[in-house]
Design a protein around this ligand. Sequence first.
Ligand SMILES: *[C@@H]1O[C@H](CO)[C@@H](O)[C@H](O)[C@H]1NC(C)=O
Ligand SMILES: *[C@@H]1O[C@H](CO)[C@@H](O)[C@H](O)[C@H]1NC(C)=O
Ligand SMILES: *[C@@H]1O[C@H](CO)[C@@H](O)[C@H](O)[C@H]1NC(C)=O
Ligand SMILES: *[C@@H]1O[C@H](CO)[C@@H](O)[C@H](O)[C@H]1NC(C)=O
Ligand SMILES: *[C@@H]1O[C@H](CO)[C@@H](O)[C@H](O)[C@H]1NC(C)=O
Length: 234
Amino acid sequence: MFFSLAATLATVAAVAQAGNIIPITVGAGGKTVYSPNNVNASVGDTVVFSFGAPNAASNHTVTQSTLKSPCEPVAGGFDSGWVEIANTSTAPAPTFNLTITNASVPIWFFCKQLKSPVGKPHCELDMVGVINLGAASFDAFTSAAVAATAVGQEQGGLSGLNALATALPAAQGSGQSVIVGATGTAAGSAGGSQSSGTSSGAPASTNTHSGAMNSRAGGVVSIMAGLAAVAMML
Ligand SMILES: *[C@@H]1O[C@H](CO)[C@@H](O)[C@H](O)[C@H]1NC(C)=O
Ligand SMILES: *[C@@H]1O[C@H](CO)[C@@H](O)[C@H](O)[C@H]1NC(C)=O
Ligand SMILES: *[C@@H]1O[C@H](CO)[C@@H](O)[C@H](O)[C@H]1NC(C)=O
Ligand SMILES: *[C@@H]1O[C@H](CO)[C@@H](O)[C@H](O)[C@H]1NC(C)=O
Ligand SMILES: *[C@@H]1O[C@H](CO)[C@@H](O)[C@H](O)[C@H]1NC(C)=O
């Protein structure tokens, strides 16, 4: 088991080095959008999601879903956790890197953030995207997202279906933090099943970077002064 996992990771790492980098920005300029939101990637390519920074407040996730349920985490799917960026942060953008392991099926994703200035979850504001659309309909996906009545909050894994990440996003400097773990129920009825052991109703882990200080505290939310501004905006 251990050796086979190690071998798999070594293979993926080798493939990842050989592949292309495909960049997608998350919430750049304070907008609830992935840009671009529709990309193609081959096996071994790495899609690099860059969160928000600099100079715009944001608080987003990259969470795997399905064409049928665009705003519900899929069992076994990837999830970056919430990446909070204060509008005062000038540090480089935190990244979430997904190496593609199967390019023959679409990989759907959404932002599971419920709070927004206009009172709607980000998924219902069309904050969704796809890798390798193929013959599927992107319009059908975005229409279903906008029409969704609930947005699932379950925490997904580091790796997902048909794509593999080896590290969660990490704060790159002052005014940034990453929260991994379920933080409560979705607006309305969530419907989906809890898919991880971290659905305690409180963040399972918070990783905050404040200048030279980097703290990790299970079950404890530690929010910096600068991030209070994000809460007000979202
Ligand atoms: C992805 O590849 C398909 C098939 O080659 C092509 O039709 C489509 O335009 C490509 N999508 C993007 C976003 O480049
Ligand atoms: C990719 O996923 C599809 C659908 O699950 C499956 O039929 C196919 O065998 C997979 N390809 C590889 C190379 O694993
Ligand atoms: C993602 O990839 C970029 C570019 O290769 C790298 O700089 C960054 O550290 C990676 N992020 C993570 C979380 O591994
Ligand atoms: C950050 O957001 C707060 C709250 O909305 C606002 O008062 C402040 O002016 C913003 N700062 C910058 C640098 O945009
Ligand atoms: C970011 O979003 C999560 C989930 O909604 C929330 O728990 C957290 O307080 C937010 N952070 C800020 C700074 O608003």
